[in-house]
Write a new protein. Sequence first.
Length: 455
Amino acid sequence: MKFMKLVGLSVAAGIAAVIAPVGGVASAQEQLTLDQVLQAIRREGSEVSAENRQREQRFLADRNNQRAELARVRGQVAAAETESVRLEGLRDTNAETIAQLDAELADKQGEFQELFGAARSAAAELTAEVRNSQISAQFPGRASELQEVAQTETLPTEEQLRFLWTTYVQQIAEQGNVSKFTAQVAQADGSSQATEITRIGPFVSFSGRRFLTYDAGQGQLEFLARQPAGNITALAGAVERASGSGFTRGVIDPSLGTLLSLVVETPSPLERLAQGRQVGYAIVIIAILGSLLGVYKWITLSMTASAVKGQVRKQRASKGNPLGRVMLAYEAAQSKDVDTVALKLDDAILKEIPRLEGGLNLIKVFAAVAPLMGLLGTVIGMINTFQAITLFGTGDPQIMAGGISEALVTTVLGLIAAIPLLLLHAFASGASKRVAQILEEQAAGIVAEHAEGRA
C-alpha cells in the first residue's frame, strides 16, 4: 500500500514538473506544494526500506530456527536408530538364551516331558466331558481348573495332577449314582432360583417331575421348554419320592440329552393340526359334526330299540315308541278287513322309517367327504412343494417341508375322521335296521292274528 502511495506521488510530481514549464511561471504556493510532495516521497521511501530490512531480519531468524529444529530432529532419529539396533541385538541374544534354556529343560525333563504331555492331553479330554455333563451342576468350577492344566506351558504342579486324578475318579463314580442336591436353576423370566434336583448319573436331571437340561455356556440347569409325556414324568416323580433301599423304576436318556432335545422339537398335536392349514381345520370340523351326529343317532336308536323291545312284552300300546304307534294304528283299524289292516300297518311303519333313518345319510356323506378333503389337502401341499422347488431349488429341504407337511397331515386327518364316522354310521344304521325289522315282524304277526280272528 505504501509502495502504491509512493508511485502515485512520483507520478503526480512528474506531471507537475511537466506542466510547470508549459504553463509558464508558477506561483509560490504551487512550488511549496511540490516540495512537500518530494519530502513525502523521500519519507515514504525511508519507511519502506526500514520495513523491508525488518522483514528480512525476521526471515533470517526463522531460517536459523528451522535449521536448529531440523538438526535436533535428526539427532533424535539417529538416537532412535541406535536404540533400535541395540534392542534388536538384545532380542537376538534373548532368543538364543531361551532356546538354550528350552534345550536344557527338555534334556533335564527327559521322560517326564512325555508324561506331562499325556497329562495335559487327558485334562483337555476331561474338560470337554465335564463342561457338558450334568454332574457339573452339582460340582461346579471343575472345567476351569482342568482347562488350566490342559493349557499350561510349564510342567503341571503336584496339586494340579492330584486334581486331575480326583476329578477322573469323581466323574466315574458319579456316573453310577442317583444324587439329590440343591443348585441354581434358570427360570423362564431369566432369573435363577435354588431348587432341589434329582440326578441319575450323567443321563437325566429333574425337579418336581419336570426334566432339566444343562446349559454349558451358563453353567446351570434349566427346565425343558416342553416336557415329555405324562407317563415319563410320572416315573421321574417316582424316583424323586424314592427313599431307602430297593429299586424304583425310572427313565434315563442314554444319549445324554439328545433324545430330550428331540422332545422339544417334536410338534404337539395342535402344531400338527396347524400344518394342515385351512383344509385340515375343515376336516376337523366335519369330523366333529359327524361324530356328534353319529353318537346322537346311535344313542337315540339304541334307546328306541330298547323301548320297542319293552313294548313287545306289553299288551298296552304306547305313543312313546314306534311299535306302540304301529299298535295304535292297528287298534284304530282292527274292525276292517285283513287287507285294510295290512295297509294301515304298512303305512304306520313307513311313517316310522324316516324317523329312524334320519341323519344316517348325512353321517355317511361326512365319512365319504373327509378322505376326499384329505386328498385335496394332499394335492394342494404337493403343489406348494413343487412351487417351492421351482423358486428355490432342492438345496434346502426346509423350504419343501411346509408343503409336504400339509400333504401328509391332511391325508392323516381325512383318514382319522373317516374311520370313526364309518363305524358310527354302521352302528347307528344297524340299530335302525333292528328296530325296523322288529316293526315288520310285529306287524306281520298282528296281520296274521287278525286274519285268524276273522276266519
